[in-house]
Design a protein around this ligand. Sequence first.
Ligand code: NAD
Length: 272
Amino acid sequence: SLSSVVTLANGVEMPRFGLGVYKSEAGEEVETAVRTALDTGYRKIDTASFYQNEESVGKAIRESRVDRGDLFITTKVWNDEQGYDETLKAFERSREKLGLEIVDLYLIHWPITETFQDTWKALETLYHDGKVRAIGVSNFHTKHIEKLIQSCDIQPMVNQVELHPWLNQQELHQYCKNKGIQIEAWSPLARGKKFGDPFIQEISRRYRKTEAQIILRWMLQKEIVTIPKSVTISRIQENADIFDFELTTEDLSAIDQLHTGERLGKNPDDID
Ligand code: NAD
């Protein structure tokens, strides 16, 4: 169901499915999206200081009747907010905008080479102080994680990366799995740019599910946490309607074969 969870390395439970709000405009647009999602049963929202909609996300959360304890809210420290002191300040800004006592998951948005180790120290402080329930990274490749692990006290619990059938991140996923780091997919629907693939369409017809639902279901069955974005009420509902069917092992591996390595977002290696 929509409330089903994965257990992170520190025992915290995180919903396997949630709403992304990148480019969802602050105000009415994102408030409606979050309200619709919560009414539909979503329990996890993924925002970032960079998205400039944390205040609206916080407002929509407060206005909903969902218990705070049932919600899982993620936000992220942006590139120009990194470094130890800067990150502590950035966190306070995010927390204030969201209007939350505690943030469920705080992520380093991108691995800025010069600062990400200091940034991580700040995340560890926030974790020790009980201001965040879990900490993690985003857009970290193996080399970034290796470097972080050399200097950290607490290992990241999550790595959120671009992941969809055309960039399935098999090696990074396996690496993270071995390290006890939960992988989470951003742009799970390839930003809507890959719909119409005849192969996914064929599967979609067989299961009587939409292409979006097939892709999201493939992720769930591969133990990838996912956060599709939409601001359209019917799509927010459609994307969540993936708990009443199961793809066969053959169909799962067939979708694995769609991988080409195509990226829609920035390559973390170009950040260095
Ligand atoms: P996405 O893959 O979720 O695609 C969203 C787009 O797909 C929508 O704008 C819409 O055009 C289309 N769409 C959604 N549902 C559909 C449906 N059912 N049918 C047809 N079209 C549909 O892209 P995204 O927003 O880039 O990624 C999801 C979330 O991941 C973001 O909102 C954000 O929270 C997060 N994210 C994180 C990073 C990062 O660096 N950590 C980067 C990008 C995104």
